[in-house]
Design a protein. Structure first.
Length: 439
């Protein structure tokens, strides 16, 4: 999912998971939708740019272009990430919502389980040019295995390590850390004189999950077993979460104040020279918005365990991040909705929009554009293709983000307050999260 998403503090309840209602007032059924309102669409876009006004300025001309081509007017609403999941869940329950919407790709299975989204079977993929146009790892984050995807990839992302070149030079450090051991030793050299090595968003539940998931995989663990049962408090998961929180609690390379961050304050600290490194998705546009210039920062793969290099298995170093585009099954302009998805995922629109947002096109042909050969996008694209893995594609994924993300938030709060973060305290938090999933 997207780099600035704040986690929605909503649990997908059993009633929502059972809901098959959707939006737009059309007919129901597996294919879904009607064409009762063929000249209009409503579209909920996620907040991709520095602010909502920037997104409206970016998308407005493109929606006008679509209207000129098709005669279909698109009513746009850009929804903040902090509100988006809540709004979607309310729409699936009430039947009042948009025809087309953006979703964080980590929500795909949860929303798929409501039955509210149009399944992307072969027929629907053919209507937008075919499934094989898309990068397979992005498709893998669009729904549960063995089912037709619940959405289509729109913007793809992965995590990278961004570092401040001047701060590294001033500290006599000639390269970014490639392993977590190096992260700690390098970080302790940088953490002095009121400045800190690494930024974090300790109160952002989604960001917490993204970091904990990668470290879990590096420890050879999973948060769900093959049957979809939560395994949050296994020894390996406890070690993974403790390793992350210990960057503040024990290693002292994350500022205690970061425990309260949840609105990308770590990016501002980085841009202002207060923090030397940050683990983030496609951050270049945000750095520029905060006054940095191209060349002020460097980009490297996220660290892996000692002795490893980025790859699969225990050397995964990112979750598959990104934004998917979904259609509510009961849309009253199904033909128009498919045309709109085809337009937004066309080669030209993919190039234009992903250039603007600093993300990677999930459409293979668009990736070949030279705009995506920059230093940072090369690292992000390589990571996405070779060393990223999707978050658990289970219906309870949203609950997982809330439960475990909150556990990590509470552990960061303990670290910031000087309370001990021990193996026992981490296990207790994760056990509590696991019990919450069983309710």
């Amino acid at each position: 999912m997207r780099r600035t998403r704040a986690a929605a503090a909503v649990v997908v309840t059993a009633s929502l998971l059972a809901a098959a209602t959707a939006c737009g007032g059309g007919s129901t059924g597996d294919e879904g939708g009607s064409n009762a309102a063929p000249k209009e669409l409503t579209y909920w876009a996620s907040n991709q740019g520095p602010d909502i006004a920037a997104d409206q300025a970016t998308l407005g001309p493109e929606l006008k272009k679509f209207e000129e081509q098709t005669g279909i007017k698109v009513k746009l609403e850009v929804v903040p990430w902090a509100d988006l999941l809540n709004r979607i869940l309310a729409a699936t329950a009430s039947g009042q919502g948009p025809d087309v919407l953006n979703i964080g790709n980590t929500w795909s299975s949860s929303l798929q389980a409501t039955g509210a989204l149009l399944p992307w079977n072969a027929k629907n993929f053919d209507a937008i040019g075919g499934r094989d146009r898309f990068v397979e790892s992005a498709i893998g984050s669009a729904g549960a295995k063995g089912q037709d995807p619940a959405a289509v990839p729109l913007y793809s992302m992965s995590y990278a390590l961004y570092y401040n070149k001047k701060m590294f030079k001033d500290a006599g450090i000639d390269k970014p850390p490639a392993t977590w051991d190096e992260m700690v030793t390098t970080g302790q050299k940088l953490s002095k004189d009121g400045k800190w090595a690494l930024g974090a968003e300790g109160s952002n539940l989604s960001n917490n999950i993204h970091q904990a998931y990668v470290l879990s995989r590096q420890h050879g663990a999973e948060f769900f077993d093959a049957a979809g049962k939560p395994t949050f408090d296994t020894p390996a998961n406890v070690e993974a979460v403790k390793q992350y929180v210990d960057l503040m609690a024990k290693d002292k390379i994350i500022a205690p104040g970061n425990a309260e961050y949840d609105k990308n304050q770590s990016l501002q600290d980085f841009a202002n020279g207060k923090t030397a490194m940050v683990l983030w998705q496609s951050a270049a546009s945000s750095f520029k918005a905060h006054g940095m210039k191209e060349g002020d920062w460097g980009v490297a793969p996220v660290p892996v365990p000692a002795g490893g290099t980025p790859g699969q298995g225990k050397n995964i170093n990112s979750m598959v991040a990104g934004i998917n585009m979904a259609v509510f099954k009961n849309t009253d302009n199904i033909d128009g909705a498919l045309k709109f998805v085809k337009f937004m995922t066309s080669d030209e629109e993919q190039k234009l929009l992903n250039k603007t947002y600093g993300s990677i096109p999930p459409v293979k042909a668009a990736q070949q554009d030279q705009a995506f050969a920059t230093e940072d996008l090369t690292v992000l694209r390589t990571t996405l293709g070779t060393s990223a893995a999707p978050l658990p594609q289970v219906p309870e994924e949203s609950q997982f983000e809330t439960a475990v993300g909150t556990a990590v938030k509470e552990l960061f709060a303990d670290a910031a307050a000087g309370r001990a973060v021990t193996t026992e305290s981490v296990k207790a938090k994760l056990s509590k999260a696991q019990q919450q999933m069983a309710k």
